[in-house]
Ligand binder design. Sequence first.
Ligand SMILES: [Zn+2]
Length: 112
Amino acid sequence: MIRSLSDLDRATAPRRAREEAEVRALGERIGYGRVMQLAEQEWRRAAVANGTPGAELTVGACAGLLVPCPCPTPDANGHCDWCCGTKHVTERVAKAANTSKLRNLTIGSLSR
Ligand SMILES: [Zn+2]
């Protein structure tokens, strides 16, 4: 019986280990970047089919090109409008996030 998050963590550990092993094997075989591109592509295909285009995650820049996000206004779940919880952004985004005039804007509002 699952009574706590640690019970849930223990109960799902074998499944998570299998999933990680499967992704590791696929990544080693075809390349981790390709796995990420295909995941985005297939998630987009499913989102469009389900009538929720844009719901998919996207593949971002290489980690070496990113800087830590200043995370000025994380929500109750620790998410951030600037980095979506990844804790990394481009230098341009970090600069914008640190500009007080833009501090309260969201990424979505910047593209409008
Ligand atoms: Zn952030």
